[in-house]
Design a binder for this molecule. Structure first.
Ligand SMILES: C=CC1=C(C)c2cc3[nH]c(cc4nc(cc5[nH]c(cc1n2)c(C)c5CCC(=O)O)C(CCC(=O)O)=C4C)c(C)c3C=C
Ligand code: FE2
Length: 471
């Protein structure tokens, strides 16, 4: 446990006034998210009416409607009414476009839920890998628009064959699903040998991450040749997406690890309210946001690189760290010490130097006893750009709880995700500093999983994920 080295002599006088601080209203933030999608997964396909659609029609128009449909009497209006009725319009209809200059799921306002999976590629056949990436592209485009995978989906295929979609998202809206793909070192080489004809194509920034002090990485939660990040406002939509991509990859890839997350721990847009992590602190206040175009170019998007790396232009690097938080110890730590460890107030999220949540921290400001109000080992001081050569990162993590650690504690924490232009400059030095000097990291955190992935640029209609790599 930390010995409370901060020496605040009169906490009440020196703490910023929580009452005076500006707190965003949740309604204001949510009100801007207009629903753009039409009814999805209606059960009424273009080719006809599915089994579930028929049941829905019975609900709308009664048995007569079903009989009428069966006799071919129902027009478009009736079909649309049935479709609207069959769709749950209560939540999460919005569709985030899959195609674009950059992959979705990076600057997309962080959704509520995560399912991330890393795969080992088991085939050694380049053509098979390309075919898989094409199949994944088609399925991703379908699912992100709220449609099932495959031509026949979950219930319209041959009765004696397994359905092309697993079906658990049939009645659910698109829920802002995004699918973001990245490539790990293992896709490029294995046991010192290049794979899939990708000699010379591994970007220099796709390093093997070094061991950091305090790392306790589990092999089953670390690495992977391909990662897929599914984010959505509905957990079942995110899980359905990963499950179907894994199903499509059967025989070519196998899941190495997967992680569920809830309660986003970052805001990535100024329209979003700042959420809280499992330590109860607002997380994401000083994050890079979608509105920060120039900063995103400087810190997140890969710009034109050396020959052989052009395929990464417009892409980014995804750092994933599964960080177990010792919440039982934290819960026995005083509020004063908690705030000192972070460097911000717990209620409002204001810097301990004063102001409101978005005030600039004054790291030089001292309290009555002459000590800095934001302690020298506070997390926000050590992670601030001023202490890190000016670098920023786009954080996009999620809370997790995965049952018990077997020793009577919750296995809970923060699944840290960050997108950076170059992990050598924008992640490794900061992680080293935190692992050595950040009392929060040293005493309350343990890194149990890790991954670094090259995230290619966005896909254009007719293209496929990472096609530049195979050109
Ligand atoms: C290597 C990078 C980082 C790791 C790992 C990390 C873990 C981690 N952070 C918190 C809680 C907070 N972090 C906050 C700010 C913050 N953290 C990082 C980087 C890492 N955090 C950065 C770059 C920043 C922003 C610093 C700045 O510019 O001011 C905050 C304050 C609110 C905010 O700005 O987001 C909190 C709270 C936990 C609990 C954690 C691991 C479990
Ligand atoms: Fe942090």
């Amino acid at each position: 446990m930390s010995g409370c080295p901060f020496g605040h002599t009169d906490a009440d006088a020196e703490r910023p006034s929580e009452a005076a601080a500006v707190v965003n209203s949740r309604e204001a933030a949510d009100g801007g998210a207009a629903s753009t999608a039409e009814s999805r997964r209606s059960g009424v396909s273009l080719k006809g009416v599915s089994r579930r659609g028929l049941l829905s029609l019975a609900g709308v128009g009664g048995a007569g409607a079903v009989a009428g449909l069966a006799a071919g009497f129902l027009g478009h209006d009736a079909l649309n009414a049935a479709a609207a009725s069959a769709t749950d319009t209560s939540t999460g209809e919005a569709v985030v476009p899959f195609f674009g200059e950059h992959q979705a799921g990076i600057t997309t306002p962080a959704q509520d839920r995560l399912h991330m999976a890393a795969f080992d590629v088991t085939t050694e056949d380049r053509k098979e890998l390309i075919k898989l990436l094409k199949d994944w592209t088609a399925a991703a485009e379908s699912m992100t628009t709220g449609q099932p995978t495959g031509r026949t989906g979950a219930v319209d295929g041959p009765y004696d064959a397994p359905p092309e979609d697993t079906g658990e998202a049939l009645d659910l809206a698109a829920a802002k699903l995004t699918l973001t793909f990245g490539f790990g070192v293992g896709l490029f080489e294995k046991d010192g040998k290049a794979r899939f004809g990708l000699e010379g194509r591994r970007p220099e920034a796709l390093i093997d991450l070094p061991h950091f002090p305090g790392d306790d990485l589990q092999p089953g939660r670390t690495g992977g040749d391909i990662v897929i990040q599914a984010c959505a406002d509905d957990p079942q939509v995110a899980v359905h997406a990963i499950r179907n991509l894994a199903r499509i990859g059967f025989g070519k890839v196998r899941v190495r690890w997967s992680q569920l997350g809830f309660g986003r721990t970052s805001s990535t847009s100024r329209a979003q309210v700042t959420p809280r992590n499992l330590f109860g602190f607002k997380d994401g206040t000083n994050n890079l946001k979608v509105e920060d175009n120039a900063l995103l170019d400087e810190h997140v998007w890969v710009s034109s690189g050396p020959a052989g790396e052009q395929w990464m232009t417009g892409g980014s690097y995804l750092v994933a760290r599964r960080i177990q938080m010792h919440i039982e110890i934290w819960d026995r730590t005083s509020l004063r010490e908690q705030e000192g460890l972070i460097g911000r107030t717990k209620g409002v999220g204001a810097p301990l130097s004063g102001g409101d949540e978005f005030s600039t921290p004054d790291f030089a400001m001292a309290g009555r006893n002459g000590d800095p109000l934001i302690p020298m080992d506070a997390h926000v001081r050590l992670a601030h750009p001023d202490q890190n050569n000016g670098v920023r990162m786009l954080r996009r993590g999620y809370n997790f709880t995965d049952g018990s650690d077997g020793l009577g504690h919750l296995d809970a924490g923060l699944f840290f995700i960050a997108f950076v232009k170059d992990p050598r400059t924008h992640y490794v030095p900061m992680q080293l500093t935190l692992a050595k000097s950040d009392t929060l990291s040293v005493e309350y955190l343990k890194h149990t999983g890790s991954g670094l992935f090259a995230v290619p640029p966005g896909v254009q209609a007719g293209g496929f994920i990472g096609e530049g790599l195979f050109a």
